[in-house]
Design a protein around this ligand. Structure first.
Ligand code: GLY
Length: 326
């Protein structure tokens, strides 16, 4: 029996400003349309999440691909992971500087390598050897981001609270919600298989070489047909310490609904490490959950019921903003 396909995407969880709402919603809608069209044609979940995330990487709005936040020294360093829930195959790349779509490089790692994870120059050389054109890092850098980085440096010089995520002093002093546009997708295909993908430029003003949660298996991304598929966004260090993606899918395997598990994961992140972020979570039966504790999160869902997108407004930083549960 054929399964009804489902696709969820997210475009980050943070204090998305009013003047960026439209561009976020447009990007989410495009990613949903591209990925869901594939699922409707009978494509695999893995292809759908790769395609949806590539659309978001190509969109300057998001902190993935071109337009990503800059490292302290003004470069773009990208991380991405995707995972096939039908066989637990995964492919990841981190700290790549010369690849326009790191999610395609991650897919090559999954398809073509006995290994799971490549970083830096090794990742770039692997991608190049398998047909990906390497570009100059400057092609990924926007003036908008140079200005944003400059502001972060100015604030640091003036001794103002660090609006970046380059070095939160401790788990008790979380950085603000000024940036977290990591993108991701989870899908269920008509064969009943799950997949997940996440891609990011990391955090504004990060120390060169820093890798966050997004490309680490079980942290910012995970998929297993026996539990669920998930992609996370937010302040990466606490998410990594809690291995939050795996934590969330294990709750689904334990019998909790994805909606409840998504909310529990964000509650746990906040309670345990004062962390913040957002999660999309999809079970093998097509039920899903979306939760975040940031003022806004850009998300969208396509399934047999149609297309739904959201960008929830919020108020206080420490509050928990309830997502939606299908
Ligand atoms: N969640 C993205 C990062 O912290 O790198």
């Amino acid at each position: 029996m054929k399964t009804q396909p489902v696709l969820l995407v997210h475009g980050g969880a943070w204090a998305i400003p009013d003047d960026m709402v439209e561009s976020h919603q447009r990007g989410i809608s495009r990613a949903l349309a591209a990925g869901y069209a594939l699922l409707q044609q009978g494509a695999r979940a893995l292809d759908a999440v790769e395609t949806a995330v590539a659309v978001l990487e190509d969109d300057d709005t998001f902190d993935a691909g071109r337009g990503s936040f800059l490292t302290r020294d003004g470069r773009v360093q990208l991380d991405a992971l995707l995972m096939d829930g039908s066989n637990l195959r995964a492919g990841g790349v981190a700290c790549v500087e010369r690849i326009r779509n790191p999610i395609h490089a991650a897919r090559l790692v999954l398809d073509k390598s006995p290994h799971v994870y490549f970083v830096g120059i090794g990742a770039e050389e692997f991608a190049r050897a398998h047909g990906i054109k390497l570009i100059d890092n400057s092609q990924l850098v926007l003036d908008r981001e140079r200005q944003r980085l400059d502001q972060a440096h100015q604030m640091a010089l003036r001794g103002l609270p660090d609006e970046s995520f380059s070095g939160p002093p401790s788990d008790q002093e979380p950085p603000s919600y000024t940036s977290h546009d990591t993108v991701g997708a989870v899908a269920l295909d008509s064969f009943g298989n799950l997949a997940a993908a996440t891609s990011t430029g990391g955090t504004l003003n990060k120390t060169p070489g820093r890798v966050g949660d997004s490309s680490i298996i079980g942290c910012g991304c995970y998929a297993d047909n026996l539990s669920a598929a998930t992609s996370l966004t937010g302040w990466g260090e606490p998410i990594m310490k809690l291995v939050l993606g795996k934590w969330a899918v294990d709750r689904v395997a334990d019998g909790f609904a994805p909606g409840r598990s998504a909310q529990d994961a964000i509650d746990y992140l906040h309670r345990r490490l004062n962390g913040h972020g957002g999660i999309i979570l999809l079970g093998p039966d097509g039920r899903y959950g979306i939760a975040h504790n940031t003022p806004r999160m850009a998300w969208g869902v396509s399934n047999a019921g149609g297309v739904q997108t959201g960008l929830n407004a919020g108020g206080v930083q420490t509050g928990l903003f309830r997502g939606v549960a299908g």
